[in-house]
Write a protein that binds this ligand. Structure first.
Ligand code: PNS
Length: 167
């Protein structure tokens, strides 16, 4: 059984993430989308959605792939890989900014364990998409409907409206 982990915060999941999950699902027997649920980090990082909400959105989004599942994790991603018997971490690379950051993490993870990091080049149509930019653009009323799944777009719009009404 070749198992891969796609780790991230997914606040929220985008179509760019889904492109990577789908391609990973064709390379591995099982793909586990691992959602960082570190509460200390969540509190300080301005997350829009709770870990439960992020995992629910992901579970709906990965439904088309029978070999992709969603699981929360705390602590080191390498420990999580060991716990669930995953041989690889799969990440998408959008460009040189991602590369510099991801190279360092991949090398640290390789120092910590035998887990391999596999990079998939982001589809060019998604190379400008990030959760942060989607949130920023949506918060100013920009159209992000083509960048996230429809159910995520609905929840994102509702959450931003709630936040705006509280401000
Ligand atoms: O979507 P993000 O915010 O880039 O995801 C970050 C995440 C959760 C993948 C990263 O913070 C992570 O792997 N955290 C677990 C802690 C860990 O293993 N840190 C060492 C990485 S070298």
């Amino acid at each position: 059984m070749r198992r891969a982990v796609c780790p991230g915060s997914f606040d929220p999941v985008t179509n760019g993430h889904l492109d990577i999950f789908g391609r990973a699902a064709s390379l591995f027997d099982e793909v586990v989308v691992a959602v960082g649920v570190n509460k200390a980090k969540a509190a300080s990082s301005g997350r829009l959605f709770s870990s439960e909400e992020r995992m629910e959105m992901l579970a709906e989004a990965v439904r088309p792939w029978p070999n992709v599942r969603v699981q929360g994790f705390t602590g080191l991603v390498t420990d999580f890989c060991r716990e669930i018997g995953a041989q690889a971490i799969v990440k998408g690379l959008r460009g040189s900014g991602d590369y510099d950051y991801e190279l360092q993490m991949a090398q640290m993870n390789s120092h910590l364990t035998e887990v391999e990091t596999v990079f998939l080049m982001t589809d060019p149509s998604m190379s400008f998409v990030s959760s942060s930019l989607v949130k920023e653009v949506a918060s100013f009323g920009g159209d992000v409907s083509g960048l996230v799944p429809a159910h995520v777009h609905k929840l994102l719009t509702e959450r931003l409206a709630e936040r705006a009404s509280q401000a």
